[in-house]
Design a protein around this ligand. Structure first.
Ligand SMILES: [Cu+2]
Length: 112
């Protein structure tokens, strides 16, 4: 009985977000470049313009490694999904596209 009561008090459902890689207007950027998420949420990275792209998170933490997708995507519409680890501590997780880092293709996942 007690456990079912606890279960009913479950947290809000996890959300899914989308990040475009390469802006519609031809800018080398992630759109949105800043995204607020919570642990358990999923983020779908979608190849859009000016491929190839990938997303590498800075730092050597387990969370950064779990979120990183080093494999380059070449085809428009190609995509992958990552889940923000449930044990991710809050903070600004910065990531970049390896081929376009020098051009400023940098994004931020803000874990709340
Ligand atoms: Cu890129």
């Amino acid at each position: 009985m007690v456990s079912s009561l606890v279960f009913n008090a479950s947290p809000a459902a996890a959300a899914t977000y989308e990040v475009k890689m390469g802006a519609d207007n031809g800018m080398l950027s992630f759109v949105p470049s800043k995204l607020e998420v919570q642990p358990g949420d999923t983020v779908k990275f979608i190849n859009n313009k000016l491929a190839p792209h990938n997303a590498v998170f800075e730092g050597s933490s387990d969370v950064a490694q779990e979120l990183t997708h080093k494999q380059l995507m070449f085809s428009p519409g190609e995509n992958y999904t990552v889940t923000v680890p449930s044990d991710a501590s809050s903070g600004d997780y910065t990531y970049y596209c390896e081929p376009h880092r020098g051009a400023g293709m940098v994004g931020h996942l803000i874990v709340k």
